[in-house]
Each structure stands twice: as C-alpha cells, then as structure tokens.
Write a protein that binds this ligand. Sequence first.
Ligand SMILES: Cc1ncc(COP(=O)(O)O)c(C=O)c1O
Length: 421
Amino acid sequence: MSSAISKALKDKTLINANDTAIVFYNLSSIKERIIDLQNLFPQNALHSIAVKANPLTKVFSKIKTLGVGVEIASFPELHLAEKAGFASETIVFDSPAKTNAELEYALKAGVHLNADSFHEIDRIIEILKTVKSKSTIGIRVNPQVGAGNIKSTSVAGAISKFGIPIGDNKERIIAYFLKHKCLQAIHVHIGSQGCPVPLVVEGIRKVLDLAVEINEKLKLNSKQNQIKTFDIGGGLPVSYHSDKAPVSMEQYATMLKASCPELFNGHFRLITEFGRYIYANSGWVASKVEYVKREPGYNIIMTHVGADLFLRKCYNPEDWHHHISVVDKNGILKSGTDLTRYTVAGPLCFAGDVIARDLELPVVEEGDFLLIHDAGAYTLSMWSRYNSRQMPKVIGYSTETDALEILKERETIEDLFEFWS
Ligand SMILES: Cc1ncc(COP(=O)(O)O)c(C=O)c1O
C-alpha cells in the first residue's frame, strides 16, 4: 500500500492537491481471487460477481475478460452490466422489488432471474404468456437456518424480507415447480459477512435437499431433471483484522463439496454470487489528515472520509472494523513504538461521523495520509450524499506490472450541481 501511494503521489497526473481522499484497488488481487474461484468450483460454473459490492465499470471490463458474469440487485445495475458488455446469460438478476416493466425487460433480454416471492413468479408467468424469453428462472428460498453475527446483513432468520421461507412453504414451492416448467433454478443466499461458514453450508444443504426432492418427484412425470441450476449466492466472510485468518475460499469449497457433492459432480450447474470476497481486501483508502486537534485527554484527527464512504462502520460501529495505518505526505509508512491515542473523525456534520476511536498510531501530522484497509467492498457503492462531498478518485494498480491507472476521476463540483438540480 505504501509503495502504491508513494508512487502515485510522485505522479501529478494521478494525484493532485485537490485529491483529499483516494480509493485504491489492487487489480492483481481481484484477478487472483477470481482465478481462485474458477479453479475451486466446477469449470462450467457461472461466477456472477456482486455489483452491489463494487459498481466501478472500469473494473467490470477487467473482470469480464476473466470470464465471469455479474449479479445485479436493481434495474440500474442491469443497465451498468449491459453497458459494460456482459452477455445476458452471464447476468443474474436478484431483487425483491422488481417491477412488471423491469421483469419484462429482463425476460426479453434473457438474463437469469431469481424470483424472490410467489407474487413475483406469478408476474413472470403472466408476462411469459406474451413475451418470448431465453431467461433461466429460479426461486429464492430462505432456508431459515438462523441469523449470523451481524443482524443487518443476515437474511436467513425465521422472518426475512428476502426469499420464500422454506418452513411453511415447501409443498407450495414443489407445486409451483410442478405447474410451471419455466422454473428451472433455485437460489439461496443467507447473508453477507457475519454468517459463519458452517451456517452458510447448512443453508445451502437445506435448499439442496429441497431441489433434489423436487427433481425426484417431478421425474415421475418426465425423465429430465427440472431444476438444472443451483445458485449458492455469495456471503463468504472475509477478515477485516490482519491478525485473524478468514476461512479461505479453498476451505469453503472443501466444506461445501463434502456436504453438497451434488454441486460438484454435474448434477446441477452452479452459480455463485460473491462480492465481498473478491473486493473487500483488494481495496483501501488514502485519506488526507487535514487537522489534528490535540486537547487535554484526547486527540482528534480530522480527515476527508467518514460516514459518506464508511456508512456501516459509522452507523453500526460495533459490527464493523477497518485497520488504519498512517503514511507521511510522501507515502512513507510511519511506524515506531511511541504511540498516541486518536479518534478518527470524518468531515460530515454529525457527531457519529467517526471511523475509529481510541486508535493507537505513531504521531500523526497535518498532510499525512491515513490508510484505511480492507475498504474495497460496500464502500463506494454505498456512497452517501450528505453534505454533498465529492466522491473520491479511484486508482487501480497492478502488483504484476507495477502500473497505476485512474479508474474513476474525482467527482467535480459541477457533477454535484447536476446531481442536485
Ligand atoms: C442475493 C445476494 N447475493 C450475493 C451477495 C453478495 O454477498 P457477499 O458480498 O457477502 O459475497 C449479496 C449481498 O448482500 C446478496 O444479497
């Protein structure tokens, strides 16, 4: 990180005095994680990378060349995916609030659709009476295996706004598959971060049991399996603590294979929807120290990102963590054992705009940059407009070639005026 920022700081075409915060992506790390995924799952799996984790279109064009697709959770995300050139059959459309018009568009385009409710399936069936479609269509099932450690990102409790709860609906789900031959896929996603891997696997197994049962029941009527595609969602937790090793994708794939061999032996075509695993540890933020307020008993660092970029950390501080280190104005890492305690405050007009409390750092001075680690997922995509701050510049770098490039320019004052006009 320090070498990427010091190199970027030397090149005035990359970073200039107005760049009070810059988001960096290690493009080599994104590529490595995707290749990992492709090597660990069956060759014909569709890895649809979650756009909600990182919607940068320049990153899309890079990952597209690796042969992955995208998971989208809104109509505008579908537009981004199409403009980036993803083929329809590599786009997976999840959302609990798809309108009739959006469904019709998606069906005409031929993207994979996961219906979130019986109501949505009914709408799809209606639309298919008049529209020809190459879409594969699945049903999202909530396996109701319970919540993980983070309430706001857990979606497989007894009550969830996502999917059809399996407990009371098993027979009805089977009846829908029996009646509607266009339903050929099933989808499960139990949460994003905070769900322990055994719980993720348990949720998938529960829905897989249902898929196997449906295929066996329906085989009585036809020789072919009706459910051909199984979508395991995303949700592999990553580590935000450098001293805590996460469950690796390899360990996850091994556990999944042991518990759900049908997903690896050709019974089903697999779809995955990872986001955080691909991006979180591949991105970080450099944010300039504007002031250091030194008061008796406390020190506050005023910096240029806060709840605008780190919404989850600022609004649910107990659930989230980002390691922070500090470099000087040339990007050289500050280290040493003489540490001072700081509160790291963002620039926004409310007291909760704090990204770290009681953080021990070497002496921090105006003009230094804080490096906020593991910030590549659910940060820029959740950007808040409060106080109309400009969305920061994004720089990508390759550790293979040492090259740096601008992935997105800093938002201009005129862009902001346009936004609010
Ligand atoms: C349906 C669905 N799929 C995939 C994801 C991506 O999850 P993660 O980024 O944790 O892999 C999410 C995240 O919320 C989701 O809701």
